[in-house]
Ligand binder design. Structure first.
Ligand SMILES: [Zn+2]
Length: 427
């Protein structure tokens, strides 16, 4: 109720021509995203605006050249606008970055091939740092020492990890407990609408390990891919990333604050290959460490998740140590994707890199290759997005008091999620 009142006040107060143009471009933007969705099945990640607009996109089948022309025209129109309120200035800047990414995606659908870094700059407004093999091999050596023994280190990692696979019949209980813990911690700092909820499903035959499908009305479907074994550490990761305080919360806040609160229709659609994804994936990954410090996480896993999964909790500290080292190999994924997609490494060389440098099991490495082929430069959104989100949030949480700094981190996290801010503005 409060939200409808405030949006009414805003509409009455903001009759400026610049805002009228922004509103018109925003509606145009939503329709153009839906039009691109007719050429690219993965493009529209979520849409809960007027169903009529989706029906129109399906009926019209606008061609790529005409879509490109309309995006160009929308950007030209916006470039002449000078809104006076900060809110509208940010709204315009973000919308323009989204439209710029749409130009690149339409060009790619028309056959343009960008280099990896150029693609990520255009689509996600960010470029990943790159490292040589030796940089990662330093970390691999530390893992080699942690799990000392005969045979290749990648095989020792996989043998060690095999003790931590969640038995399939325990998977639902473990995942539900992990999501619930993330939800409780989130609700302590972020108020959510009472009707928000999610459905948890287990699926197979997908290139990703988990997915949040946002349905509107504060509801999500969280899917967990069970093609490969799910290890106990993934429960907290996936629960926080897909659910609370990650993607589910992100989408609920956008709907509550921006779509309903400010009546900004552009947030009722989520184009996957756009700067919005760096914020979405980055906050979802940062949300894990925001929810649980290393010690809190270890205690929760040992006391709750290991018993639920029927696993030996005394092994948890060593496994957590391994996972902290493996996390330092995160950018090896970006480098593998870049080299493979730029044609600098063959499929076999990329597999070798993923197994020996990134220390993935062979089946996981094959799944990653499939992910790079489908999603291309999207891979940077996870680790680079996480690092950019963390840096931004820590700049806004400087209190010397630990409890107060934690409250500040949550406040900055919420603000980062629910206000228009292109990735390059985080730097
Ligand atoms: Zn995600």
């Amino acid at each position: 109720m409060t939200q409808h009142q405030s949006s009414g006040n805003r509409a009455a107060a903001s009759g400026s021509p610049a805002v009228a143009v922004l509103d018109a471009v925003a509606e145009r933007y939503v329709k153009l995203v839906l039009a691109i969705g007719q050429h690219d099945a993965a493009y529209v990640d979520a849409y809960y605006g007027p169903p009529r607009w989706q029906d129109e996109a399906i009926a019209r089948q606008q061609d790529l050249a005409s879509i490109r022309h309309d995006i160009d025209a929308a950007r030209t129109l916006m470039s002449t606008q000078r809104p006076s309120h900060d809110d509208d200035v940010q709204r315009l800047a973000f919308l323009d970055k989204q439209l710029r990414a749409m130009q690149a995606r339409v060009d790619m659908l028309g056959g343009t091939v960008f280099s990896f870094d150029e693609e990520t700059e255009r689509l996600y407004d960010a470029v990943s740092p790159h490292h040589p093999r030796a940089y990662y091999e330093d970390v691999v050596r530390q893992i080699d020492q942690l799990l000392a023994g005969p045979g290749p280190v990648s095989e020792r990692v996989n043998a060690f990890r095999s003790q931590f696979a969640i038995p399939p019949d325990r998977l639902r209980a473990v995942m539900e407990a992990a999501i619930q813990a993330g939800r409780e911690r989130t609700l302590h700092y972020i108020a959510l609408p009472p009707s928000e909820n999610f459905l948890l499903e287990f699926v197979s035959d997908q290139p990703w390990s988990g997915y949040n499908w946002y349905k509107g009305n504060f509801q999500s479907v969280i899917q967990i891919n069970i093609d490969l074994p799910i290890y106990i550490d993934r429960a907290v990761d996936l629960g926080c990333h897909e659910g609370y305080p990650g993607h589910h919360v992100y989408n609920v806040l956008l709907e509550q604050d921006l779509v309903r609160g400010k009546q900004w229709p552009e947030y009722s659609v989520y184009p996957l290959f756009s700067p919005q994804s760096l914020i979405a994936e980055g906050t979802a990954n940062y949300g894990i460490e925001l929810c649980f410090s290393d010690d809190e996480r270890l205690a929760f896993e040992q006391q709750v998740l290991y018993p639920l999964a029927g696993l030996d909790a005394s092994l948890a500290p060593r496994y957590a140590q391994l996972n902290r080292l493996l996390a330092q190999l995160g950018y090896a994924d970006n480098d593998a994707a870049m080299q493979y997609l730029n044609g600098a490494m063959t499929r076999e060389q990329t597999m070798e890199w993923l197994i020996k440098v990134r220390l993935y099991p062979a089946e996981k490495a094959a799944q990653r290759l499939q992910f790079y082929e489908a999603m291309r430069g999207y891979v940077i959104n996870y680790n680079l997005g996480q690092d950019m989100s963390r840096a931004y949030i820590l700049r806004h949480a400087t209190s010397p008091d630990a409890a107060h700094a934690r409250t500040q981190r949550w406040a900055a996290f919420r603000q980062l999620m629910a206000s228009p801010r292109p990735p390059s503005a985080l730097l």
